[in-house]
Structures are given as structure tokens and as C-alpha cells.
Design a protein around this ligand. Structure first.
Ligand SMILES: NC(=O)c1ccc[n+]([C@@H]2O[C@H](COP(=O)([O-])OP(=O)(O)OC[C@H]3O[C@@H](n4cnc5c(N)ncnc54)[C@H](O)[C@@H]3O)[C@@H](O)[C@H]2O)c1
Length: 321
């Protein structure tokens, strides 16, 4: 375990969905936090709750591709950098692969170079979307075959390999975290990764829930605070450096069954044609035994509890508007 006292952390993408929860966790742990986010997909309001917290030292709304802006945050000498900023939309990456390449690879390169100069630890955010589908009930461990089915997946995998090379070449302490599909309050309703939020919002608005294809594709859905617990623990664990580690619930659910869990009225669930079936992973089921053995991490929030938390937050945000 590395020293936590007086720790300074930089979170790229800190005004995004997972970034917001990670900033919260770090502040709760007494860590000094710095954020860079260009608000491409994040929101200033995601950090409103923490504005008066003296541990939130600086928030810069700029781009990790802007080397000068990024460098300005390294003047604060972060001990650890959580690199979350990314182009996250699989569909968008199929239509505009260059954007995924520029941000997910060059952006990661910029971050790694700054970390190399300072010797900062790096928690690099990977994704389960780099894996081939799970076979029958055998969950996906870190040894599972890779199959990047989209420029998004390929760019995230390339970023991982680049980061691994900094571990081997320069001894930079890097841990690569691959969370499975993460959901929870504050996730946007318009993104592919936000299937729980999208369904919950439609359910509460009285709209139909649209399910791509036959809905039999499965997801292993990780509640966001379980995800940030994983990221935080991974960043503190020396044994994790140089390693790739998965985290998920360890249970998968077919998207059609998820729709039924969110909306018991079956007549409002409609199957629609898939836009990009080739980029779909038919079965995602996580084996998190490595996270359990190395980090002592396990998920705590069931899917049923998580869905209720998402619904509550959507209801609260509608009341407060
Ligand atoms: N949501 C999931 O299911 C999931 C699962 C596994 C991994 N991930 C990874 O987690 C990370 C965060 O994902 P998220 O779901 O919170 O998405 P998000 O879009 O809410 O967060 C990404 C943040 O990065 C910011 N950003 C984008 N381009 C930037 C740039 N050039 N410079 C600075 N900031 C920039 C965005 O504005 C956004 O706030 C990503 O790296 C994603 O690949 C997400």
C-alpha cells in the first residue's frame, strides 16, 4: 500500500459521469484533487456539490490534447493521475475513428509523458469492450481473448499498451483498470453506456423502452461507487502496478430482462433494429477474482439496488428543475 497522507490526485475527465464519483471518493478520503475536463461530454454541474470543499484545489476546463493546459496541472505535482478523459461512444467512434484515435491514444500519450517527467502513479481507465464475448457461463478474466470490435475499443487497447510500455521501459507505476459497463446516478441518458439511465428515464417519462436487436445480448453492470472503489484501491496497491485488472458485478443480465426489471409493463418494451450489430459483444460477464485477491475488492451494490438509486436521482433532478 502506498502512502495516502497528503496525497494529491489529478483526475482527467473529472466532470464526467465516473469522474464525478471518483472526485467525490477522493475528497471523502482526504485527498487533494485537481481536475481537467473539456466538457465535451461532462458537465460543470457535476462538480457543484464539491465547489466549497477546500480539498478540490483546481478545476481546469480544457483539453488533454492541449499540452500547455495539461502541463499547468502537473505544476501541482500530483502523486497519482486517474486518466479517465476519453471519447467513450462506440457508435461515434465507428463514424469518426480519428476522434477516438486522437483523444484516446494521443491524449493518453500526453498524460503519460507528464507522468514520466514527474514519476506520478497512473491509474489508466481501460474497458471491458476490448474483450471477445464470454463463452457459455465462463466469465471473462484478464486472460480472456481480446477482440476490439470498434475503433473505440481499439483506441482504448492501444492506450493500455502504450501505458504498459511506460511501466516496462521507465518503471512508471501504472495500473490498468478494466471496469465492465458502469451505471449510476449522474450518467447521461443519451449514451450507449447509459442503458440503465436511458431505460429508467423512459420508464419515468411514460415512454417506450427501445431494445436493440433481440435483446439477448448481456451486460455485466457495475454500480458506479463500486467502480470508483475499485479505481481508488487499484491506485494505492503496489502489487497492482504493471497489471491489468477487471471489475464487474460477476453476474450478467440480458438487455431485454434489464428492460423488464426497470419497467414491469412489457407492452412498453419494443425491439428495434441494431445500428451497428458488428460492434456488439453478445455476452459480457466479468471474472473479478484478480481484483478480489490483489485489492481485496468486491462489488457491494446489487443491480436491483442500483436501479432504484438511478430512478431516485432522476426523480429528484426532475423535482428540483
Ligand atoms: N461508463 C462505462 O460503462 C465505462 C466502462 C468502462 C470504462 N469506461 C471508461 O471510463 C472513462 C469515463 O467514462 P464515463 O462513462 O464517465 O464517460 P464521460 O463521457 O462521462 O467521461 C469522460 C469525460 O472526459 C471528458 N473529456 C472528453 N474528451 C476530453 C478531452 N479531450 N480533454 C479533457 N476532457 C475530455 C468529457 O467531457 C467527460 O467529462 C472513460 O475512459 C471510459 O472509456 C467507462
Amino acid at each position: 500500500m502506498v502512502q495516502k497522507m497528503g496525497m494529491k490526485a489529478l483526475v482527467t475527465g473529472g466532470a464526467g459521469f465516473i469522474g464525478r464519483w471518483l472526485v467525490k471518493r477522493l475528497l471523502d478520503e482526504g485527498v487533494e484533487v485537481f481536475v481537467i475536463d473539456n466538457l465535451e461530454n461532462g458537465r460543470e454541474s457535476n462538480l457543484d456539490e464539491f465547489k466549497s470543499n477546500p480539498l478540490l484545489k483546481k478545476v481546469v476546463y480544457d483539453d488533454v490534447l492541449n499540452a500547455k493546459a495539461l502541463h499547468s496541472l502537473f505544476e501541482f505535482k500530483p502523486d497519482v493521475v486517474y486518466h479517465l478523459a476519453a471519447q467513450i461512444n462506440v457508435h461515434e467512434s465507428l463514424e469518426n475513428p480519428k476522434k477516438a484515435y486522437d483523444l484516446n491514444i494521443t491524449g493518453t500519450f500526453n498524460v503519460l509523458e507528464e507522468c514520466r517527467a514527474l514519476g506520478s502513479r497512473v491509474m489508466l481507465m481501460g474497458t471491458c469492450m476490448v474483450y471477445d464475448m464470454a463463452q457459455s457461463d465462463k466469465p471473462i478474466s484478464e486472460q480472456h481473448p481480446l477482440k476490439p470490435c470498434s475503433p473505440y475499443a481499439a483506441s482504448k487497447l492501444s492506450a493500455e499498451i502504450l501505458a504498459e510500455s511506460y511501466y516496462h521501459s521507465y518503471g512508471l507505476p501504472v495500473v490498468i483498470c478494466r471496469p465492465f459497463n458502469t451505471y449510476g446516478p449522474y450518467q447521461k441518458y443519451n449514451m450507449e453506456g447509459g442503458v440503465v439511465s436511458i431505460f429508467a428515464r423512459k420508464m419515468l417519462n411514460g415512454e417506450d423502452l427501445l431494445v436493440y436487436g433481440d435483446g439477448k445480448q448481456t451486460r455485466d453492470l457495475l454500480y458506479v461507487e463500486d467502480c470508483t472503489d475499485f479505481l481508488y484501491k487499484a491506485s494505492l496497491c503496489e502489487e497492482a502496478f504493471g497489471q491489468v485488472i477487471n471489475a464487474g458485478l460477476g453476474k450478467d443480465v440480458a438487455v431485454i430482462d434489464l428492460a423488464r426489471m426497470v419497467c414491469p409493463d412489457e407492452t412498453r418494451i419494443k425491439l428495434v433494429e441494431h445500428h451497428h450489430p458488428q460492434a456488439e459483444i453478445i455476452k459480457l460477464l466479468c471474472d473479478y477474482s484478480k481484483a478480489k485477491s490483489i485489492l481485496g475488492w468486491e462489488p457491494k451494490v446489487s443491480l436491483e439496488e442500483g436501479i432504484e438509486k438511478v430512478k431516485l436521482q432522476i426523480q429528484d433532478s426532475c423535482v428540483s428543475v
